[in-house]
Write a protein that binds this ligand. Structure first.
Ligand code: BDP
Length: 634
């Protein structure tokens, strides 16, 4: 049976008991320019101040948002988008916990203000973690959670006094609690013989630096008063005919005339309709295929949605990839053909900008992914920028889309309010990413302490894609696997367990797969494995932390993968694509060094091992077209 019909309900069981979630307002379509929409980016330098007062509350007590930030105290220049942590030489800002304040004055084009038929929306791509936004001193929105966008309509506010420049103030707080995703706790150290007055730390249970600030673009965009608010697309095909089931929601008018046109890459119309929902039929369909699985991967149609009333016209164009995703007991199918994940786990992480979106880095990473022969990645451990998913759509890189449910280890994080927030975040994630053909699976959490959970809550998430959560290798205490479609297992044999003993890998990895498959009869992805290696550190026979050890460990894993992928193992994702920053700890040498590339994106020896393997796998499993530039030197 084909997945992807509105009738099939995929049910996701989440961790815990109750929790009601209200449907989210608005569709959150990615802001795109069109003949009816304009976009103004507010990236660049903003004024900035961290609130260093003991309770971090001075900004609210003195209402910093009411005046220009520079009038209430000293400010520094801060780039947006970027994490603020590594920008200055000040260690207190690097490790700051609490409210920081950003401000920027913008000139709004006069026409946007004078034309009452234009809506002006302020959008923040993401800010970590809790954000409050004011425009000209008036609060316009607040949002909980990093990694996902939020927005507010500010049309009437900016029209109140058109002579004023528009002053945008954003306060962002990176404090994590037991209910946030990821969770964290603040611990005050009250022993005055050991700690200074007011000393506190933020405890986190995840292994990456808790970078903070405005991480993705901030922009203003317009739509007409009557506008396309959301589009939902689900695709399927039968023989040579593609089926694009769509639903358009329009806001601002009870009735509007719609014209939906699907165009191929050359701009030719292949199907059209004038109803708000329906199925477009595409003859001689060009399917969306993953990279290295087809000679023409990442094929995208454009769906132009044009709606008009007597006064307003709005045009929005959505890229559409036509493909199906299915899971059997032993296989992952894309367009009914077995797909083997040979890919990477990533982080949004780099020198200086931390988690800030950076186009040079994004394009470099895609070039490295393709060089490596990788066909997929997992957005460990949070949703990545939409701009990255759009690249995946275009290049055919398959994505396991993960929510920020990482480090859920404390029993107090399994209560109802944690659950409610988790569900809101999942809704926000699905709302944002539902139309990306590259996204083939949702991951609801990474290594939660699933033995603590009461699995009683059901929630319809999205019926078009399989669901997983990432578990560690201890199958005996697992409680989540019965409720997911694909079992994803992380394991670190001969690293965290039996360090230095590479010889245990074949037996332990083999047992891991047999146990999980034996118990659940579901396909398995090795969703993490790896070893730290300091680039340039060598030892033979191999010792931990050398490039040789990383190589040898990978190769031992690969031998077992090669046996099991003939049965039910459907993928392998190395931990990690690149070295990344973590909190300071005795087991971290300026960050996690399990990258096969350094943090500066230079290859370690392991990158070449993996490259050879991935191209070989692509040749074997991916139906590589004969003319594909296969690196002959491998
Ligand atoms: C895994 C975690 C990942 C860590 C990795 C490690 O999922 O976030 O970075 O261990 O310790 O269990 O390198």
């Amino acid at each position: 049976k084909l997945r992807g019909s509105f009738a099939v309900l995929r049910v996701l069981w989440l961790l815990s008991v109750f929790g009601t979630v209200l449907p989210l307002d608005g569709g959150m379509l990615f802001p795109r320019e069109s003949s009816s929409r304009e976009v103004k980016e507010l990236n660049g330098l903003w004024d900035f101040r961290a609130d260093g007062s003991p309770n971090r509350n001075e900004g609210f007590e003195k209402a910093w948002y009411k005046r220009r930030l520079a009038e209430t105290g000293p400010v520094i220049e801060m780039p947006v988008p970027a994490s603020y942590n590594d920008i200055t030489q000040d260690p207190t800002l690097r490790d700051f916990i609490g409210w920081v304040w950003y401000e920027r004055e913008v000139f709004v084009p006069a026409r946007w203000i004078s034309d009452e038929g234009t809506r002006v929306i302020l959008r923040v791509g993401s800010a970590h973690y809790y954000s409050i936004v004011w425009v000209n001193g008036e609060k316009v929105t607040e949002h909980e959670g990093g990694h996902l966008p939020f927005e507010a309509e500010i049309s009437s506010l900016i029209r109140r006094d058109p002579t004023k420049p528009c002053r945008i103030t954003i306060a962002v707080n990176n404090t994590l609690t037991l209910e946030t995703l990821p969770p964290g706790t603040i611990q005050y150290m009250n022993d005055r013989t050991r700690y200074p007055d007011g000393f506190f730390v933020q405890n986190i249970y995840f292994d990456f630096f808790n970078y903070a600030g405005i991480h993705r673009p901030v922009l203003l965009y317009t739509t007409p008063k009557v506008y396309v608010d959301d589009i939902i697309v689900e695709t399927n095909f039968m023989d040579d005919t593609g089926l694009v089931r769509y639903k358009v929601s329009v806001q601002g008018a009870a009735t509007a005339t719609l014209k939906v046109t699907l165009m191929d890459k050359d701009g030719h119309c292949v199907a059209s309709s004038n109803t708000p929902s329906g199925v477009l039929k595409v003859v001689d369909v060009k399917l969306w295929w993953p990279y290295l699985m087809h000679e023409n991967p990442g094929y995208l149609y454009s769906m132009e949605v044009r709606q008009h009333t007597s006064t307003y016209e709005d045009v929005y164009t959505l890229p559409v990839g036509i493909r199906t995703v299915n899971v059997t007991k032993t296989q992952f199918l894309v367009n009914n053909k077995p797909f083997y994940f040979h890919g990477v786990n990533k982080h949004e992480d780099s020198d200086i900008r931390g988690k800030g979106l950076d186009w040079a880095l994004i394009v470099k990473d895609f070039n490295l992914i393709k060089w490596l022969g990788a066909n997929s990645f997992r957005t460990s451990h949070y949703p990545y920028a939409e701009e990255i998913l759009q690249m995946c759509d275009r290049h055919g890189i398959v994505v396991i889309d993960e929510c920020p449910g990482v480090g859920i280890k404390d029993i107090r994080s399994f209560g109802n309010s944690s659950l409610s927030h988790h569900l809101v975040v999942m809704d926000e994630l699905v709302r944002r990413d539902k139309n990306h053909p590259s996204v083939v699976m949702w991951s609801v959490a990474n290594e939660p302490a699933s033995e603590m959970t009461l699995i009683k809550h059901t929630k319809a998430l999205d019926h078009t894609r399989p669901v997983t959560y990432i578990t560690d290798s201890n199958y005996a205490r697992d409680k989540g696997a019965p409720f997911v479609d694909v079992v994803c297992v992380n394991s670190y044999f001969s690293w965290y367990h039996d360090p230095g003993h590479l010889e245990v890998i074949p037996i332990q990895l083999n047992a891991q797969f047999e146990n999980w498959y034996g118990k659940y009869k579901k396909p398995i992805i090795q969703s993490e494995y790896g070893a730290d290696a300091l680039p340039g550190l060598h030892m033979d026979p191999p010792m931990m932390f050398t490039e040789e050890y990383q190589n040898a460990l990978l190769q031992s894993y690969h031998d077992v993968f090669d046996q099991k992928r003939k049965q039910y193992v459907i993928g392998e994702l190395i931990w990690n694509f690149a070295d990344f920053m973590t909190a300071q700890a005795i087991h971290r040498v300026v960050g996690n060094k399990k990258g096969i590339f350094t943090r500066q994106r230079q290859p370690k020896a392991a990158a070449f091992i993996l490259r050879k393997r991935y191209w070989r796998l692509a040749n074997e499993t991916g139906r590589l077209p004969p003319w594909t530039k296969y690196p002959c030197s491998l």
